[in-house]
Design a protein around this ligand. Structure first.
Ligand SMILES: Nc1ncnc2c1ncn2[C@@H]1O[C@H](COP(=O)(O)OP(=O)(O)OP(=O)(O)O)[C@@H](O)[C@H]1O
Ligand SMILES: [Mg+2]
Length: 150
């Protein structure tokens, strides 16, 4: 599917939110600068808006690896694992577990070997023009048919 603009990406984020439950896992896959953090920002800000809360800054967790947001009864954990190069490092840090009682949004999830569960992979690619992108959904569990629903 073609993402025509930032505004279009924002609308897509609302469709994802409609289906999002408290323990879901969203993996964001794509090259540097393609829009993974931007999509996460829309997800978090729209969830805040829906709950009547002020929209906060959503920064890239490039150096911190993780930023957490409490939004009403949702907890969102936003990861950027680009700097992690080995699985044992990830284990050692103990920052990611599928069991966490939170929505896990993960940029650069390559090292995570997740068992089948409610996971949505979102693949982003650059489009022909500056503000265009391609988006592809690959879902497991409840997300399996999301690509046909959107
Ligand atoms: N349709 C679009 N979808 C997403 N981003 C877009 C789009 N059009 C323009 N952009 C711009 O592309 C940039 C995407 O940057 P962003 O930080 O979200 O990328 P990223 O994938 O998180 O990069 P990194 O791998 O470094 O974390 C932003 O400046 C955003 O405004
Ligand atoms: Mg990013």
């Amino acid at each position: 599917m073609i993402v025509k603009s930032l505004d279009h990406l924002n609308k897509i984020s609302e469709k994802i939110l409609k289906k999002l439950d408290k323990k879901d896992c969203l993996f964001l896959i794509g090259e540097i600068g393609v829009g993974k953090t931007t999509l996460t920002r829309y997800l978090i800000n729209n969830l805040q808006k829906q709950n009547g809360l002020n929209q906060t800054e959503v920064l890239s967790p490039t150096f911190n690896l993780l930023y957490e947001y409490e939004i009403s009864d949702f907890k969102i954990m936003h990861y950027d694992l680009y700097r992690i190069k080995e699985t044992k490092e990830l284990k050692h840090l103990g920052i990611f577990s599928e069991e966490l009682d939170a929505v896990k949004i993960v940029e650069w999830p390559d090292l995570i070997k997740t068992p089948p569960q409610d996971k949505l992979e979102i693949h982003l690619r650059y489009g022909e023009k500056e503000n265009k992108r391609e988006i592809e959904f690959k879902g497991q569990g409840k997300w399996e048919n999301f690509k046909n629903e959107i």
